[in-house]
Design a protein around this ligand. Structure first.
Ligand code: FES
Length: 499
């Protein structure tokens, strides 16, 4: 039977972003059977993606890291392996599958052997049958040679697939089509949020019932008791709480995922200051921590209103990814506004900051798999950073290029993060453009900006086929929009917010 793989699993096995596999499907290079693709087709597109058998154990850590797309976080995170019971359960499933495959193989061997005997007998009885027999035998021998060659290519990919199925279970969510992996004994909710998915949830603690989902196939296991009570009808229909269960095997579940910013409720949270740090003389970074059971639901690129003591408020874009657990980050311009002065002179670690929101429509187009260009001017990096981190965790974009235009005398304030992405990810490019010497009072004028965009065109011959997200001064938005339209982009491909 043909081995079928989900797009996520295929991407993990051959080590490319999921967006690239989806692109192959769109281009007709891979055929999708109800969302799954054949391993035999994948091996034709990626013939060199296997690893040698004798290198298997030496390369195992490196392999797991790349297969699970952890390269970008490898410095900060350790692999979370499943517990013994989960491993035993997954091995049990694989053993069952192996037994079924062996039985099917045995039947096929018996059939072939009987066919062979039958043809031999027939050829002995009749001279005419001998020619047919010889021709069939030759065909069988040639076909077997081809199959053997194919098998040698497919075998390492099957090894990878089986290995991944032991290390991490895959979650497939309908009707959204969302896919991600659950490692260790993470809850299905936690694993989804870590990949930046906009799953519906509330308390994360088994009380509110908002993460309720229906198990369609696969095996789950309760990892914590919950107070939320299901009705008998819900129990009979396999409803469960994503925050209180992990996936033992690959699972398919029916669950709500926010399709757009309109699906995210307005929230009012009380957070604590985790850290406030001046990065250089122009910019500081504020990190807030929410309660673990009351995290902020938002889409990458959105903004919130922050209220400090004495009712000092500011509306700021969130600079972190929704995948960052309970931490939310903001980039603050060091200037003479009451908000900046308070932060720089009076704020202490542990102080309370009220957060209201989220607002804004500067969010990723989740339906697009086009290459993405991000452009930020100075602190326009805040919403762009959120979008980049989200795009990386969702692995939706085939290719990302980030241009950071810096009008300030020093290098961009989080230059090293962008350099790290650039070094660690094959499909990520970073270009820092310092125009401080061309700007008066750090104000970017049209001529300088136009020169930056002209350079960008040289890097991207097929500019009409990309999505562009720009966080630039409001005064340059119209100019940039006209510029991109002249390059053949549609309005849906170009997204703006103000830096
Ligand atoms: S998020 Fe509240 S019960 Fe799961």
């Amino acid at each position: 039977m043909a081995r079928l793989l989900s797009a996520s699993r295929a991407a993990s096995i051959v080590g490319v972003p999921r967006g690239i596999i989806q692109k192959h499907i769109q281009n007709g290079e891979l055929t999708s059977f109800e969302g799954k693709i054949k391993l035999s087709q994948l091996v034709k597109l990626y013939p060199d993606s296997g690893i040698e058998k004798d290198e298997m154990f030496e390369k195992i850590e490196e392999f797991i890291a790349s297969a699970l797309k952890r390269a970008r976080y490898a410095k900060f995170q350790k692999l979370v392996t499943p517990d013994t019971a989960t491993l035993a359960s997954r091995l049990g499933n694989l053993s069952k599958e192996l037994a079924e495959t062996k039985t099917a193989l045995y039947h096929k061997e018996q059939l072939l052997s009987k066919l062979h005997n039958h043809l031999t007998e027939e050829s002995k009885k009749n001279n005419n049958s001998a020619a047919v027999y010889n021709s069939l035998t030759e065909w069988l021998n040639n076909t077997e040679k081809n199959i053997t060659t194919n098998t040698l290519q497919i075998e390492p990919l099957i090894q990878k697939d089986d290995f991944l199925r032991i290390i991490a279970a895959q979650v497939h969510i309908t009707p959204s089509g969302l896919e991600y992996f659950v490692e260790g004994k993470n809850s299905i909710l936690e694993a989804g949020l870590t990949t930046g998915s906009a799953l519906n949830y509330g308390c994360s603690n088994g009380n509110c019932g908002k993460c309720k989902a229906k198990l369609i196939s696969g095996k789950i296991e309760k990892i914590k008791q919950h107070e939320y009570a299901f009705t008998e009808a819900e129990k009979n229909q396999n409803y469960f709480l994503m925050c209180s269960n992990t996936a033992v095997t690959d699972v398919e579940i029916e669950a709500d995922v926010a399709g757009s910013e309109d699906d995210i409720p307005q929230q009012s949270l009380s957070t604590k200051v985790k850290k406030f740090e001046a990065i250089n003389k122009y910019v500081s970074v504020l990190t807030l921590k929410t309660q673990r059971t009351k995290r902020l639901r938002f889409l990458a690129g959105q903004e919130v209103k922050l209220t400090l003591k004495d009712n000092i408020v500011a509306t700021l874009p969130i600079a972190s990814c929704p995948c960052d657990e309970s931490f939310i980050q903001f980039h603050i311009k060091n200037n003479s506004t009451p908000f900046s002065l308070y932060l720089n002179n009076e704020l202490k670690t542990g102080d309370t900051v009220k957060v209201n929101g989220p607002e804004g429509h500067f969010v990723l187009d989740k339906n697009s798999t086009k290459p993405v260009i991000f452009i930020a001017v100075d602190t326009g990096f805040a919403p762009i950073k959120s979008l980049i981190e989200n795009a990386l965790s969702l692995e939706a974009a085939e290719y990302i290029h980030f241009y950071w235009i810096n009008t300030q005398a020093e290098k961009p304030y989080l230059h090293n993060i962008c350099r790290a992405w650039n070094d660690a990810l094959d499909n990520f490019n970073y270009t820092a453009i310092n125009v401080a010497h061309l700007c008066h009072n750090e104000i970017l004028n049209k001529d300088v900006f136009s020169a930056c965009l002209s350079n960008l065109i040289k890097d991207h011959i097929d500019l009409a086929n990309v999505d562009i997200y720009s966080a630039i001064p409001e005064s340059l938005t119209e100019f940039a929009n006209t510029f991109f339209m002249a390059q053949g982009l549609d309005a849906e491909q170009v997204h703006f917010t103000h830096s």
